[in-house]
Design a protein around this ligand. Sequence first.
Ligand code: UDP
Ligand code: MG
Length: 321
Amino acid sequence: MDISIVVPLYNEAESLPELEVWIRRVMEQNGFSYEILFINDGSTDNSWDIVKELSRNNPNVKGVSFRRNYGKSPALNTGFSRAKGDVVITMDADLQDSPDEIPELYRMITEDKYDLVSGWKRKRYDPLSKTIPTKLFNATARKVSGIKNLHDFNCGLKAYRNIVVKHIEVYGDMHRYIPYLAKNAGFKKIGEKVVQHQARKYGTTKFGLDRFVNGYLDLATLWFMSKFGIKPMHFFGLLGSLMFILGFIAVAVVGFTKLYDMYHGNPYILVTDSPYFYLSLVLMLLGAQLFLTGFIGELIVRNSERRNEYEINEEITTQKI
Ligand code: UDP
Ligand code: MG
């Protein structure tokens, strides 16, 4: 099969029939063999009935329905695990992404050999309250992830080599950082294609402004996991040691100053009257705690089955003749 199209949807009943017709037209015009995987993320409208209806008329339409709403990432993850096409395309269900982009995305994966191609909504039809924070968000994501050529991490329209989606785990709200997840899994050839974007025709957006707060927190998590996920002590131990040493120096200076002044008969203050004494107390306590957090982190990692799980690309084994 050439293409799997994964469509997460939450209360998008009005859009689905148009979307299916449009995708089908593009697929048939280009002679692709394909499947559309509609992942119903616990819709409370009649979206799922419509998916069932669509699948009766088009055998390429498949679907999964969650009993409750989990979020876009779990929906994508479920679609990814089922996708059989050589190229996997994700797109939103709200008709904001255009199926006409699919043939070129497919070509970029199969001929230009990209692992992942992300859409770039260069001209967006979203309210300003969304486009401005998005710019900031993408700039941070570029910096932290080191993927410098992407302008639009969170574009719903993306294309992947099949193997890529089988080797990344999208959970929580991590769909915003799929390129970063792919890079951490060793898929480095990540490209971008400018795509058409449309204003939402039906229904409303499913994400509020908290998307930006959560987005930044998730980015911090991913950064930490990719750098220290299997060696937490390198993070906590370093930070803890630095704090402890600073605290130790502070208390030593306070103590020695007092002894020096006493010895030379100068006026001196009590150790507990010096602000540095309290500073050092806090620093040493925090330092020790961070250090212990490092140990606990190591214990947790030790129990993880994935500690020695690596992305193996190729292997040569010699056989005895
Ligand atoms: N979506 C989903 N589960 C959710 C929220 C959203 O499956 O909990 C789907 C939604 O139906 C749409 C896509 O994710 O197909 C993108 O959502 P939306 O269009 O609301 O986001 P925006 O375009 O405003 O970023
Ligand atoms: Mg949308």
